[in-house]
Design a protein around this ligand. Structure first.
Ligand code: UD1
Ligand code: UDP
Length: 383
């Protein structure tokens, strides 16, 4: 191909940034690509933490975040802002990631402007409209609009085939989350919170933020954590609390005064990966953390009733425990006391690729566009 491919990446939240960063960094060092980085800043502080770590300065920043934002208004701000940028940039393709409001709305803006869309982390499904909410429909609707699909696993490819997407538009690449992990985990890592842990104590890393878990389900889980820590003096919990006001409130109320529960601000990704690798096990409703844990050899109690990451359950790392207080307590105690169970979960094999997903995505993109060029007689971009 004669001209570099102008690839516009659009993302807005912490997990999208972590998983798009490896792609942006790879494009920067490859003359076949002209990367244009657009952030919606659906998250402000938590996005900026990631941009800083990976040394990425966006070309465009919509700065849309509002405190306690609602989905309709957020969607409208992103849609309007992106429409202007797309017409200024005139990209060959726009890459979106995952299942956030930014993801779906960016895909919709591209569709309205008739710009090709590549969906990174395509094909994840629970097939349950409201779980997770609104992510399941965000990813399904994004896949309806997309032209190219970068599926992390064979299973996600099969999901896309079931929906009649063309086989030659789907590429199985692994998950770029694993690419990011290669750069962050260091054996000699130290962090202030680790100095507060009594040597020899068991350490649980906790995160929780899903919209469908706000309110009672979150309260139930935190009560379970509180009771286990109060009843077991050798257990400590590190919990980097998401900045959503609805999460902050419950976390502070239930866990704020509990000895050996360390509530800390959201960690930058370097800190988070390293603390995860130093913990005994993880409790989370996060999507990204479910993908990272098998590579870190850490068992995960998934604080949800279903998951779009069944590969991690099949591998043995993830156990779905939901949000019922007694069930969560029981699962925690099992992992704390049953060393055979612990070892089995910790030794599972990572099903999310070899850590070169970004490279595969770029090769697949080049291949796809050179095929198009061949068939369209070298049509060139206008500017
Ligand atoms: C969003 C995504 C979710 C993803 C999660 C990752 C949607 C609808 N949800 O959920 O899929 O799993 O991000 O964390 O796309 N806030 C800050 N500073 C920040 C980030 C958030 O103050 O840096 C607060 C704001 O008050 C904001 C609120 O958190 O309004 C909620 O943020 P939002 O992006 O709407 O939802 P999340 O629950 O973070
Ligand atoms: N993460 C982080 N700091 C934290 C908690 C999580 O950097 O304090 C990282 C984590 O390693 C993973 C990603 O953020 O890569 C997951 O983001 P989140 O749980 O917010 O969203 P989800 O994956 O559920 O969409």
């Amino acid at each position: 191909m004669s001209k570099p491919l102008r690839v516009m990446t659009v993302f807005g939240t912490r997990p999208e940034a972590i998983k798009m960063a490896p792609l942006i960094l790879k494009m920067r060092e490859n003359k076949n690509f002209e990367p244009v980085t657009v952030v919606t800043a659906q998250h402000r502080e938590m996005l900026d933490q990631v941009l800083k770590i990976f040394n990425i300065t966006p070309d465009y920043d919509l700065n849309v975040m509002k405190p306690n934002q609602k989905l309709d208004a957020l969607t409208a701000r992103v849609l309007t802002g992106l429409t202007t940028i797309i017409s200024q940039v005139n990209p060959d393709i726009v890459l979106v990631h995952g299942d956030t409001t930014t993801t779906f709305t960016a895909a919709l803006a591209c569709f309205y402007n008739q710009v090709p869309i590549g969906h990174v982390e395509a094909g994840l499904r629970t097939w349950d409209k409201y779980s997770p909410f609104p992510e399941e429909m965000n990813r399904q609707m994004t896949d309806v609009l997309a032209d190219l699909y970068f599926a992390p696993t064979e299973l996600s490819k099969r999901n896309l085939l079931k929906e009649n997407h063309e086989a030659d538009s789907i590429f199985v690449t692994g998950n770029t989350a694993i690419d990011a992990l290669k750069e962050t985990v260091r054996p000699d890592y130290q962090h202030n919170v680790l100095t507060q842990i009594t040597p020899g104590n068991r350490v649980i890393l906790l995160t929780m933020h899903r919209r469908e878990n706000l309110g009672q389900p979150m309260d139930n889980v935190f009560q379970a954590v509180k009771e286990v820590v109060e009843q077991h003096k050798n257990v400590e919990v590190i919990y980097p609390v998401h900045l959503s006001p609805n999460v902050q409130k419950v976390a502070q109320r239930v866990l704020g005064q509990v000895n050996r529960v360390h509530l800390v601000a959201p960690l930058d990704v370097l800190d988070f990966h390293n603390l995860a690798s130093k913990s005994d096990f993880i409790m989370t409703d996060s999507g990204g953390v479910q993908e990272e844990a098998p590579s870190l050899n850490k068992p995960v109690l998934v604080l949800r009733d279903e998951t779009e990451r069944p590969e991690g359950v099949a591998a043995g790392t993830l156990k779905l425990v939901g949000t019922d207080k007694n069930r969560v307590k029981k699962a925690m105690l099992e992992l704390l006391t049953d060393s055979d169970l612990y070892t089995k979960m910790a030794e599972a094999k990572n099903p999310y690729g070899d850590g070169h997903a970004a490279q595969y995505i770029l090769s697949d993109l080049r291949l796809y566009f050179s095929e198009i060029e061949k068939h369209s007689g070298n049509a060139e971009r206008k500017n």
